[in-house]
Design a binder for this molecule. Structure first.
Ligand SMILES: C[S@@+](CC[C@H](N)C(=O)[O-])C[C@H]1O[C@@H](n2cnc3c(N)ncnc32)[C@H](O)[C@@H]1O
Length: 267
């Protein structure tokens, strides 16, 4: 098993990413995270979600669906930090690849990687105590009809928590903000405000919303992380993505972009 947690003093990269707001994440090998990242720092976002979702209150062995898990960093974290049984579901990353990754992390007994399309999930009603989704729900969850198809997989009273890239406030009209025009991607129209998410989930009738809020200064963490990935990523495609995020976030300075956290309980 790979040693993912380091004893202090950490090496340069892990030290550079040690963050007082994210003590659990800071104990993980930063090289491992950089090499498997697919966007904003997933463990930081999950650590922000954890208290709102009440991850600490789930009993050991509770069943959690990590939807859009990517390279399963968050799945490993959920298993190691909270002793949960995690189904690591993703569309773009093959389960064989994630199976190797979770075995190396020493949690093959607690994380099951599966290939899954969010609109066609191969699980029965009431299979999970919780659903977690980090930087993925915006790809499939903005349809008015989607949430009830997912929450039917929760046990009654089960919880769902997502963190998504977000807008501080909704944008009127059809043009991006002027200062973001040089960096805008049409995919950003799937970003919404916490107020939008609160209404979106509440009127679905599928959940009682407990939290829908904005991460104070989340953009600063996103920028710091992107700067590190732009320098340190050994994958040229991911390094290029990180450079684009750096340019976007420096242009924005937190005016429009950041993260929303949304938590609900199945009614
Ligand atoms: C930006 S990556 C984030 C991955 C991971 N959660 C993380 O934070 O490192 C978005 C993930 O969403 C997944 N995804 C996008 N659309 C999906 C869909 N329709 N069904 C299942 N997963 C989807 C992709 O496979 C991808 O791994």
């Amino acid at each position: 098993m790979t040693d993912l947690t380091q004893q202090p003093p950490p090496d340069g990269l892990t030290g550079r990413l040690a963050h007082p707001r994210y003590p659990r994440s800071s104990a993980y090998d930063a090289r491992w995270i950089v090499d498997h990242q697919m966007g904003p720092h997933p463990l930081w976002l999950l650590e922000w979600l954890a208290p709102a979702l009440g991850l600490d209150t789930l009993p050991p062995g509770a069943r959690v669906l990590d939807l859009g898990c990517g390279r399963a960093l968050t799945s490993v974290f959920l298993a190691r930090e909270y002793d949960l049984q995690v189904t690591a579901a993703d569309l773009w990353i093959r389960p064989e690849e994630n199976a190797r990754q979770v075995a190396e992390a020493g949690v093959a007994d607690r994380v099951l990687p599966v290939y899954a399309e969010a609109h066609d999930l191969p699980f029965g009603e009431g299979s999970f105590d919780a659903v977690v989704s980090i930087d993925a729900y915006q790809y499939f969850g903005t349809s008015d009809l989607y949430l009830p198809t997912l929450t039917r997989l929760l046990k009654p009273g089960g919880r769902i928590g997502v963190v998504v890239p977000a807008l501080r406030e909704e944008i009127d009209g059809v043009e991006p903000p002027e200062h973001l025009k040089p960096h805008w991607d049409p995919g950003f129209w799937a970003f919404h405000s916490p107020v939008w998410w609160h209404r979106h989930w509440t009127r679905s009738g599928a959940v009682e919303v407990g939290t829908a809020d904005w991460q104070p200064d989340g953009w600063r963490d996103w920028l710091l992380w992107s700067e590190v990935c732009a320098e340190e990523s050994q994958d040229e495609f991911m390094a290029g993505m990180a450079r684009e995020s750096v340019a976007l976030l420096r242009a924005d300075q937190g005016r429009a972009l950041g993260f929303a956290r949304v938590v609900g309980r199945r009614v």
